[in-house]
Write a protein that binds this ligand. Structure first.
Ligand code: ZN
Length: 328
């Protein structure tokens, strides 16, 4: 609940509204979805929400496997998801672009970049990830550690798992899929480098995967869209509209695949938030969104996020949204 996170925009809270009957939230999403393209009609309301706001700043040391003493969201301010100019860093190989084996399918010829937020190694490389990088509007930390569940499941492990599941699904559709990191480097990349990877790949769509670290009771997922920014190295004006289209489709398909409700603490029940403070979005020149799949600090959301079966549904929903965007 605290929007204290340094990375979080003063959202348009309305949380009370959102807490209302799920139908309200769902209806809002449906409206949003329909507004863009009318993707689905039926929404299961399982009531399980998913994501939360990105929290404050994260722990500087890798969390123990046991639950932190306090339930305090060690969040991560995550969205920092950083991509950055990871100039130095644990770079190993240009992480991976594994392209699908000879693709045939509706997405043949399309390039999708998936950005698994954070890196489990960031906890051991605080000096490197705290270095400031230029995101156009200002300087911001290279990356953050990301958050964890109260039981110690790392956001960084979650993001990579969902990303890999997405890669499989998207390759089956014929897409060429590249990652900003694939567990193949010791930390990072920084947020500016994460953006650059999508840009240089000339990606048709980029999605940055996250899970939030907000307060208990804050539930549900939300998709973050780039706001219009034109300052320094940042000029998102050309990508605002297509990114919204991408984000709305992902929102709709995510609800459909997971049954999760949109965030009850940001986005006014729509599951969509626009931000201008994220380097990974500000520096992108190709359509890009972030998704916070759930709130790791809420036990009900955490139960989903730690489930492989649920992560498969999440991967399916996000991938379906991307596919819908690329086919239109
Ligand atoms: Zn994150």
């Amino acid at each position: 609940m605290s929007y204290v996170g340094p990375d979080f925009d003063p959202p348009q809270p309305r949380r009370s509204a959102v807490r209302r009957p799920l139908t309200v939230a769902v209806a809002a999403v449906v409206v949003g979805a329909v507004a863009g393209w009318g993707v689905w009609q039926a929404v299961g309301d399982s009531g399980d929400g998913a994501g939360g706001p990105t929290g404050a700043t994260g722990p500087q040391t890798r969390p123990a496997t046991t639950p932190p003493a306090s339930g305090d969201p060690t969040a991560s301010g995550d969205d920092g998801t950083g991509d950055g100019s990871g100039a130095d860093g644990g770079k190993a190989s240009p992480s991976g672009s594994s392209s699908a084996p000879a693709a045939t399918g509706p997405l043949k010829g399309k390039i999708v970049v998936i950005d698994p937020g954070h890196n489990p190694g960031n906890f051991q490389h605080t000096t490197e990830i705290n270095r400031k990088v230029n995101i156009g509007t200002n300087a911001k930390e290279c990356d953050t550690t990301g958050t964890t569940t109260n039981d110690g499941y790392l956001e960084a492990d979650f993001t990579l798992d969902v990303a890999r599941r997405m890669r499989t699904l998207l390759q089956q559709e014929g897409a060429t899929v590249k990652f900003t990191q694939d567990g193949d480097r010791t930390w990072g990349p920084c947020i500016d480098e994460r953006a650059r990877i999508g840009n240089e790949a000339k990606a048709d769509a980029v999605v940055s995967i996250h899970a939030d670290g907000s307060g208990t009771g804050n539930r549900g997922f939300h998709v973050i869209l780039p706001g219009s920014v034109n300052e320094g190295a940042a000029d998102t004006r050309p990508i605002v509209a297509p990114s919204r289209d991408l984000g709305e489709r992902i929102t709709g398909y995510f609800v459909r695949a997971t049954g999760s409700a949109p965030s009850n603490y940001v986005g006014g029940g729509t599951g969509i938030v626009t931000r201008t403070d994220l380097g990974g979005l500000n520096l992108s020149t190709v359509p890009k969104v972030f998704i916070e799949c759930g709130n790791m600090r809420d036990s009900k959301d955490a139960a989903q996020l730690t489930s492989g079966a649920w992560r498969q549904k999440a991967a399916q929903g996000i991938s379906d949204g991307i596919t819908s965007f690329l086919e239109n």
